[in-house]
Structure formats: C-alpha cells, structure tokens
Design a protein around this ligand. Sequence first.
Ligand SMILES: *Cc1c(COP(=O)(O)O)cnc(C)c1O
Length: 391
Amino acid sequence: MEEPRHDLSYILNHLGEDRSQYFNAVSPPIIQSSNFAFPTLDAFREAYADEVHHHIYTRGNNPTTEILRKKLAALEYAEDALVFSSGSGAISSAILAFLGAGDHIVCVQSPYSWTKNLLLEYLPRFGITHTFVDARDPANVAAAIQPNTRVLYLESPNSMTFEMQDLAACAAIAKQHGVISMIDNSHATPLYQNPIRLGIDLSIHTGTKYLNGHSDVVMGAICGTAAHIRHIFHSETMTRGNILSPHDAFLTLKGLRTLELRVQRSHDSGLVVAQYLEQHPKVERVLHPWLPSFPQYELARKQMRGAGGLFTIYLKTQDISAVENFFHRLKAFLLAVSWGGHESLVLPSVAFYKVKGKPDSTQAPNLVRIYVGLEDPHYLIRDLEQALEAV
Ligand SMILES: *Cc1c(COP(=O)(O)O)cnc(C)c1O
C-alpha cells in the first residue's frame, strides 16, 4: 500500500530508506564517497540527464544526503528539497537563485541577522535593491512591490520578537504580482507550520536548530516544487557548492527520528515556563506566540499548530547591572546563541552591550531571550525563581 506522504510516523521512520540497498541496516549508512562509478556509458548518460536525483558526484547528490532530502520535502508537503552546509547557506542560495542585477526584493523588517546582512551589504554589490516592510499588515507588502520585484522574503515568526505574517495573504499577493515567495520557517518547524500548503513557494530551514536538535550539526534546507529545486540546484548548489556532508546528513537523519518528541516537549515545557514568568512580579512582559497576551495570538492559532520553546521576556528593570545579576545567578541555563537543542539557553540583550569596538545592541537592556530544551520545566522554574530575586 502506498503510504500517504503526510503521515509523520511514516516519513520519520521509513520514507526514503531503501534498506535492501545496504544490508537491511536500520540506521542508514554514511556513504562517504565523493564520486560514483557506472557500469556502462548508457548508465552514465542516464544519470547525467538528471543530476539532481542520480548519484554522480557528492557536490550534486549523495545517497545518505538524498534520504534526508526526501524526508524534509515530505515534511513540508513539497515535491523536492535541497540541503546545505548551514541555514544561511540555504537562505542565500534561495534568494540568489531568483535575483539578478536590477532586481528588487521585498523582505520582512526584522529577519535573521545574517539574512538582513545579505540584503544590506552583499546584494547591493550586484545591483540588487531591497525594501524592508512591516509585514504584520499584508497591505504593506502589497504596497512595497515594484515592477522589478522578483522575491518576497518572509520569516514567521522571527526568533527574537516573533513578529508574524499572514502567510496565505502574503502568498496571494506574491502570486498576483508574479513574485516568488519564500519563508524562513525555522522557528515553527514543519511540525507546527507548513507554508507551502498556504501557497508560499519555498520553505527554508536552518536544520541547526530543531531539525537536527542535538547541537552537533550546522545545516540548512530549502523545500519547494521540483522545478524550483532543480533551478536552485543548477544555479547555486553546483556553482557555489555549499553542500551538506554525508556525515552531517547522517547525524541530521538521526536527529529527525525524534523531531516530534523533542519539539512537542520543548513546546509544552516552554509554555509552562513562560506562563510562570508572565505572572512573576519581576517580569514586565513575556513575548510568546502561544500566550493569549501575544499581539498576534489569533494569527498564531490560525496558521500554526504550536510554537516551540523559544520566547523572550522583559525584566521589570532598565538597570544593566540588575539584568547581569539575574543572569549570573542562573545555573540551569547556558549562555549561548542558537536554540533548538536538548539544552536550555539564555541570551540577554546586555550580552551585546559594552562589546569592544561595537555599538550597543538596539534591543532594550531588559530583554532576555530564553530557550527551553528537554529538561523538566519545574527544574528550570526553580532556577529562574532564585535568579529573579536578584532583579
Ligand atoms: C540560526 C538561524 C538561521 C541561520 O542558520 P545557520 O544554520 O546558523 O546558518 C537562520 N534563521 C533562523 C531563524 C535562525 O535561528
């Protein structure tokens, strides 16, 4: 029986795994080979005609990597997917593949920092212009589109203040203007949001966060139609070569096995911790898309099925040293960038203050980003309780 593509258990446990090709091993092998040999010229010619799906050379396609591509495409209701050596590699490949000199891109106002850098510093070198818009209102998106606009770039929610876009409305605007729409869907993961089902053309991920989920791989992915993926493959993957290694593909496959368990646990625990913090007298405000106090709560409920364990709090102080004292008392949270692993993290905006040779962060000093991993939420709450005494 042909299994339905959207059956999560089937995708995570079976899809793309042809075990008879490798001794019926349950764990897919790492095919650590740069190139692949052919028995006949005809076999080579057949493979070369469709390099996206044949094994000729590992810069193009590799058997271990291909299993991961198939699973990620299915998770996003896409026809195909490509994987990259980082999320930023995936994002820049998706954007560059559809832009040339004289073109214009419309982008959400607060994308991931290195996405913003791509538009501000890198694309202008090639004569590509951009407009950042407050895309919480789709009317702003429509108004920003110019005759030379080729790409609409979304990120919903973002990973610091969680601003969201109405994906169906934005996709319709892009279609109406013949613009390709793409989204950084890393925060929600395919478990909680499927932009392609809402009409978005490309769903992009950093797999460094929840997809791999063990803080031991940097990787990225693009999911979309077979035609779009083929175009990106030839214009970006093969020329710039920012590919995922078979070993990192193997590790990500291993991480994906528990995607549902990990993300659901992080969502559930994150919400318990966020609710605790929201009623705490030393906390001014909590920004979490799954709390009714969140400004775009209705939209979150409309287009997402969960929100993960990443959220932001504002402490009830503007005093940098009070925030530092709070931070120094925390024991269960590690100070680190990134998120989506097993370990809970804290990233106060004051970490970006007083940095030698750099201006202070534009984020308020009382902002603290929190990521809740797989620990018991009450263990984390006990730690926060004693640290908040310092505020
Ligand atoms: C981390 C991150 C990225 C970049 O991914 P890398 O794998 O670090 O290159 C992009 N978008 C979001 C939302 C992220 O959190």
